[in-house]
Write a protein that binds this ligand. Structure first.
Ligand SMILES: *[C@@H]1O[C@H](CO)[C@@H](O)[C@H](O)[C@H]1NC(C)=O
Ligand SMILES: *[C@@H]1O[C@H](CO)[C@@H](O)[C@H](O)[C@H]1NC(C)=O
Ligand SMILES: *[C@@H]1O[C@H](CO)[C@@H](O)[C@H](O)[C@H]1NC(C)=O
Ligand SMILES: *[C@@H]1O[C@H](CO)[C@@H](O)[C@H](O)[C@H]1NC(C)=O
Ligand SMILES: *[C@@H]1O[C@H](CO)[C@@H](O)[C@H](O)[C@H]1NC(C)=O
Ligand SMILES: *[C@@H]1O[C@H](CO)[C@@H](O)[C@H](O)[C@H]1NC(C)=O
Ligand SMILES: *[C@@H]1O[C@H](CO)[C@@H](O)[C@H](O)[C@H]1NC(C)=O
Ligand SMILES: *[C@@H]1O[C@H](CO)[C@@H](O)[C@H](O)[C@H]1NC(C)=O
Length: 503
């Protein structure tokens, strides 16, 4: 008995979450050190996905275009009967059950049992000898019950995960022909029954298997294109091509991706990745393994592309500074916030940030600069520059990404006031202490909350909010982050795909 149920087509959806490009390497073990990101989908996830298999199979049946078929047969006394089968349509399709097995090292075996369907069409026929020539047309209906088996092989094509579904077979349990009306002679009925039983089997088998292959490719492209768009941000893009063919064992399917950031014609290099499959377990449905070597170049590019900056002004700024600090607020800042018409605080990253993940979290080091401009003629502009180190952990709940940040170091490198008349005045220790405390207690939480919003927005753009994600965990480890979750398959996502691509 098959262990349960599976859809190679929908599986692609997950394998391709990390998209496309270039050629595949080697066998997985030697490709590990070039692997920046990994996606593991386990057996329980496949069970959930399989529940949707029938929808894809239904679409494959409904959208198959059945070709017209022609044939001829010589009969004693009657002569040659010429016949053609046209306008084959499918009605009342229903699918009994579907089941799958993961075959280690080979692929997936998928069985769709008890597909019942009614095919309708028209038979044209003509017969006769040199004396008589008669041409007729008759409508027919075929009741059928079919088992469908597919053994898709996952492989790596042009750097993408692709499915070869050419190992596809149909087994007919039942094939009953009904001719409309009863005026046809019995011998003719016999001829058509044999003929149609044979030809219809061939025609349907060929078309259904072809359509399944097509749907698999459309789905793969659809997903990989979407993923590609998600992973480019301005001039920054990430090469998520695979480094090796996916691995299938009895408990999971795993795909290996490069995760190389491209920016300004420069590409990151990963050639000493710490990835090993034993870093992932098998009890959750879906795992993403992401290396610091993927995240660091992304941050570097974001910094170089001036993405790491934030402007706060007006009431929002005044509100922020209501936070209780233990050091006294310098008079010029109070005046700036309370008395000027349009105070503006600009903060930006002023050196390439660097991150390092360990069991306790991800530590980010960087230099943050800020400028407080009161927007009023004659008032001085405050400039400061600080070194910061923040320990960050992430979580995802209620469709929102949250970052919990704990500053481990804030050090003021520079703090000065510059006036209209070009003079620059360095701040004293008390003022520096206020700035240090403000950066720690106001600045860092504000920046993290802005980052949370931006990252949630990026995830939503990819459709993360459409998924029914259950108990996701973000686990920092030595040199990488492991994201693991269970999920319910979003039916509307499938519907949307089918409507968009198969209409
Ligand atoms: C499809 O099913 C409906 C309801 O069961 C039935 O009325 C209809 O005749 C069926 N159509 C065909 C083509 O068998
Ligand atoms: C197939 O469907 C028919 C009728 O819908 C049912 O009687 C039969 O038990 C089913 N067979 C299997 C193997 O599911
Ligand atoms: C990237 O390289 C191309 C061709 O070498 C050049 O035309 C283009 O200006 C470069 N782009 C950047 C952002 O450096
Ligand atoms: C890894 O890549 C870097 C940068 O291209 C190179 O200097 C280094 O030799 C490479 N290491 C290995 C083991 O290939
Ligand atoms: C912040 O303000 C500065 C100058 O007022 C402007 O050049 C910059 O583009 C702004 N940045 C953002 C992210 O809005
Ligand atoms: C700030 O501190 C003052 C006195 O220490 C206290 O009265 C006030 O409630 C505090 N405000 C907030 C928002 O914590
Ligand atoms: C420059 O302006 C500041 C305050 O705006 C003032 O204290 C200082 O004396 C001025 N210096 C000169 C050289 O005018
Ligand atoms: C980075 O984290 C690793 C553990 O993953 C640790 O061994 C290493 O010392 C850390 N590096 C720095 C600079 O903190």
């Amino acid at each position: 008995m098959p262990r349960d149920v599976f859809p190679p087509l929908l599986l692609l959806l997950f394998l391709s979450v990390f998209g496309a490009s270039h050629a595949c390497l080697l066998d997985p073990a030697s490709a590990y050190r070039f692997t920046g990101a990994v996606c593991r989908l386990t057996y329980p996830a496949a069970v959930v996905l399989n529940e949707k298999t029938t929808k894809v199979i239904e679409a494959a049946f409904q959208h198959a275009r059945y070709p017209s078929v022609k044939g001829e047969k010589s009969l004693l006394f009657i002569g040659t009967v010429i016949y053609g089968l046209d306008n084959l349509e499918i009605h009342n399709l229903s699918i009994g059950r579907s089941a799958f097995e993961l075959h280690p090292g080979e692929g997936i075996a998928l069985e769709i049992g008890n597909v019942s369907a009614v095919f309708r069409g028209t038979i044209q026929y003509g017969y006769g000898n040199w004396l008589v020539n008669i041409a007729h047309s008759i409508d027919f209906e075929i009741e059928s019950q079919i088992d469908l088996g597919i053994n898709p092989k996952l492989y790596c094509r042009d750097g993408k995960v692709a499915a070869d579904t050419s190992d596809c077979y149909l087994h007919f349990h039942k094939l009953h022909l009904h001719l409309q009306g009863d005026k046809e002679p019995n011998w003719l009925r016999k001829v058509f029954t044999d003929f149609i039983t044979f030809t219809v089997k061939l025609a349907i088998k060929g078309q259904i298997c072809k359509e399944i292959n097509k749907v698999a490719n459309i789905l793969a492209d659809f997903i990989q294109d979407t993923a590609g768009q998600f992973l480019s941000y301005g001039g920054i893009s990430v090469d998520i091509g695979v480094t090796a063919a996916p691995v299938i064992n009895a408990n999971y399917i795993e795909s290996y991706h490069k995760g190389l950031t491209n920016y300004n014609n420069a590409s990151a290099v990963i050639n000493d990745s710490v990835f090993h499959p034993r870093q992932l377990t098998e009890n959750r449905m879906l795992y993403f393994w992401i290396s610091d070597q993927v995240l660091n170049p992304m941050f570097t590019a974001a910094h170089q592309d001036s993405r790491l900056q934030l402007n706060i002004s007006g009431a929002e700024l005044t509100e922020l500074f209501k936070t209780n600090l233990s050091s006294a607020m310098p008079a010029f800042i109070r005046e700036c916030l309370l008395e000027s018409a349009s105070p503006q605080l600009r903060v930006w990253s002023s050196s390439v940030p660097h991150l390092n993940t360990s069991i306790s979290g991800t530590t980010v080091w960087g230099t943050a600069s800020g400028e407080l401009d009161c927007g009023t003629q004659g008032t001085p502009v405050l400039f400061f520059k600080t070194d910061v180190a923040i320990d960050i952990t992430a979580s995802y709940a209620d469709k929102k990404l949250s970052l919990q940040g704990h500053p481990s170091e804030v050090f003021v490198l520079q703090a000065e006031l510059s006036s209209q008349n070009q003079t620059v005045q360095l701040l004293d220790e008390d003022h520096e202490e206020f700035i240090r405390e403000a950066v720690e207690k106001i600045g860092i939480p504000k920046v993290l909350s802005a980052l949370e919003i931006e990252l949630t927005r990026l995830l939503d753009k990819q459709g993360a909010n459409l998924f029914d994600i259950v108990n996701p965990e973000v686990l920092p480890q030595d040199g990488f982050v492991l994201i693991q979750m269970d999920f319910g398959f979003p039916h509307h996502l499938l519907t949307q795909f089918l409507m968009k691509t198969l209409q």
